[in-house]
Write a new protein. Structure first.
Length: 69
């Protein structure tokens, strides 16, 4: 359902990128299919200073905010 929704939203509004606030509160495995459906850059907010927490999200979406820095 979410993948269909984002695909339509991106197409209807010509969105070129998404920022997902509080990304760490959603299971990481959700993001690869969601990003593929959106077909745009996805930047996630994982507000944690520990690289061991933040870095795994880089493999699930195209970018994350660099809170560990």
């Amino acid at each position: 359902m979410w993948n269909s929704w984002i695909k339509g939203l991106v197409k209807n509004y010509t969105i070129d990128g998404l920022r997902i606030d509080s990304a760490q509160y959603v299971n990481m495995d959700f993001y690869p299919d969601f990003q593929e459906a959106a077909d745009v850059h996805v930047l996630g907010e994982v507000s944690n200073g520990d690289p061991d927490v933040v870095c795994p999200y880089q493999e699930k979406m195209s970018g994350v905010l660099n809170y560990p820095t």
